[in-house]
Design a protein around this ligand. Structure first.
Ligand code: GDP
Length: 530
């Protein structure tokens, strides 16, 4: 497709937010060369940098001294004439150049993604490559970058095109059978070989789809929801994990009213941590909305960190409905505020005076005697904090290896299902978010969780719901074709129609047959200047 010479010429700042060392301003369209001349810049030799003074088109005042580059059509990113100015990256310089450009006839500011869109329309890249490019620009981690780069370079596009070509070959066989059925030199059975191709394709597409949604997960980042009753220390934990202050940490219940997210890069794998509003019954409509959103996000998460206050008794927090819509979300139990348990234990053990207490008491409090049976109050406290006590040992252990784990076996499972959440002790973490204790194990488990969930995701063909939907539709059509018995003959027209449809669906992946609104959605994700 040749560029349309009647099109408007677009321009935009393509580099990042000023002030910066350099600002890249691009101009694309039939009047790109005229625009350079209007700015007093001689058109450079193609693809060669040339230093130039940029002048105001009316007053001729020098705005900046810049490098100019010239990419004549069709060998440019957009397929049109493209000029590029690399000026000084100050806000006033940029504003001056953009303003000068806007006063030149036939030029206007570009829409978001318009350069890429023109490249797509001029056949420079297909839609899967456009998506890969968008993802590359927004990739935050190494694995995301790899996936995006492969997409951009045709990991899916080339494969889809090869599939489409094979479908067209199968279709040609069927059509030959239809068109030349009377002729003697056309073999009787062309449908069989066509169906063999269809079967191979169906299987290959099924393999691409059966990837555990790794590509989409990598692209979006794994979502880990931090949930639990108010004041358990969710925001504090989020801040710890993010190593910066992002959520408001307050000693009053119900302060995190919305969902706050933090993006982590765990060994190249992206993980989004969500701090959900404290899940509790509330009459406050704002807070109720927070709770509703929290539940929704937690239910859609790949993992839930269910945070509770280890120093408190069984709270009256409602059972989280995390397995909505039959989706089993893994839940890790985070027993926070173990530091409080530790400071509590010496006191408690003095009054309790049991054998395990002696061990801890001796280590954590020098005056571990006298020991005598405590009253009812101490007994309740002891019962409440038993598992928490074990946690105290856990944490003390890392500081003081001489401490015995004598009461550790005194079951962490005592708290199993405390909130109606099932968890295995492997998925239980006893820590202190405010003191930063016990976080290493959680971080390393999160890293291995991400690595396991996303292993090999860079090679995924499917990176978006759009890809999955189209491939599933193709698979559906091919299944339909294979499920029928075509041996009776005479129904080749029907088969041909199905293959045609499947080929058309596949064409949608590359954007061959897509309607404007699909394109609008995809290009909307781009920034101006791209
Ligand atoms: P959220 O409502 O679950 O998000 O709880 P916050 O993170 O806002 O914490 C509630 C209160 O508990 C704050 O005063 C925190 O400083 C405190 N807190 C959080 N984690 C710990 C911890 O590990 N130990 C102690 N002692 N206090 C904590």
């Amino acid at each position: 497709m040749m560029p349309d010479s009647s099109r408007s010429t677009i321009f935009a700042l393509s580099s990042g937010r000023p002030p910066a060392a350099i600002a890249v301003i691009r101009i694309s369209g039939p009047r790109a060369g005229a625009a350079l001349e209007a700015l007093g810049v001689k058109i450079p030799a193609p693809r060669q940098a040339r230093i130039a003074r940029i002048r105001d088109p009316e007053s001729s005042e020098i705005i900046d001294e810049a490098l100019a580059l010239w990419f004549p059509a069709p060998n440019s990113e957009t397929g049109e004439d493209v000029a590029e100015l690399q000026g000084h990256g100050g806000p006033a310089v940029i504003a001056g150049i953009l303003d000068a450009l806007s006063r030149i006839d036939g030029l206007r500011m570009a829409e978001p993604g318009e350069f890429t869109r023109r490249g797509f329309e001029n056949g420079k890249l297909d839609l899967t490559a456009v998506e890969g490019l968008a993802d590359l620009v927004s990739a935050e981690t190494e694995a995301q970058r790899r996936l995006a780069f492969r997409q951009m370079k045709g990991q899916l596009g080339d494969r889809a095109e090869a599939w489409r070509e094979r479908l067209v070959r199968a279709l040609a066989l069927v059509e030959a059978r239809i068109d030349f059925s009377d002729e003697a030199d056309v073999p009787e059975d062309l449908v069989g070989p066509a169906l063999a191709i269809v079967q191979e394709l169906r299987d290959e597409i099924a393999t691409a789809l059966a990837d555990g949604r790794r590509g989409e997960r990598l692209r979006d980042g794994l979502v880990v929801a931090i949930a639990g009753p108010p004041n358990a220390g969710k925001s504090t934990l989020l801040n710890r994990l993010a190593r910066r202050e992002v959520a408001i940490v307050s000693p009053y219940a119900g302060t995190t009213r919305d969902v706050i997210e933090v993006h982590l890069d765990l060994g190249g794998y992206p993980l989004t941590l969500l701090d959900t509003a404290g899940v509790r019954e509330t009459g406050d409509p704002v807070e109720m909305e927070g709770v509703r959103r929290a539940r929704e996000r937690a239910a859609a998460a790949d993992l839930v960190l269910w945070v509770t206050d280890a120093s408190a008794g069984k709270s009256d927090a409602p059972t989280p409905d995390l397995a909505e819509a039959g989706r089993a979300v893994p839940v890790w139990q985070i027993r926070n505020k173990a530091d409080l348990v530790r400071s509590m234990d010496a006191e408690m053990l003095r009054t309790m005076g049991n054998a395990s207490g002696a061990k801890i008491g001796a280590a954590s409090a020098a005056e571990s005697t006298p020991r005598r049976r405590g009253g009812a109050q101490a007994a309740t406290q002891a019962g409440r904090s038993r598992a928490a006590l074990a946690s105290a040992v856990n944490i003390n252990e890392s500081r003081n290896p001489s401490l015995s784990t004598g009461i550790l076996s005194d079951k962490t499972s005592a708290y199993k299902n405390e909130y109606g959440v099932s968890f295995s002790s492997e998925d239980e973490f006893i820590l202190s978010a405010s003191e930063g204790l016990g976080l290493d194990r959680l971080m390393s488990r999160l890293s291995s969780f991400a690595a396991t969930m996303l292993a090999g995701a860079e090679q995924s063909l499917v990176a978006r719901a759009r890809h999955r939907d189209i491939l599933a539709a193709v698979q559906h059509i091919l299944n339909g074709a294979l499920d029928r018995s075509w041996s009776t003959g005479g129904e080749e027209e029907l088969l041909a129609e199905q293959l045609r449809q499947a080929a058309m669906e596949l064409g949608r992946l590359a954007g061959r047959v897509d309607v404007e609104d699909v394109l609008d959605i995809i290009f909307r994700d781009f920034c101006i200047g791209k």
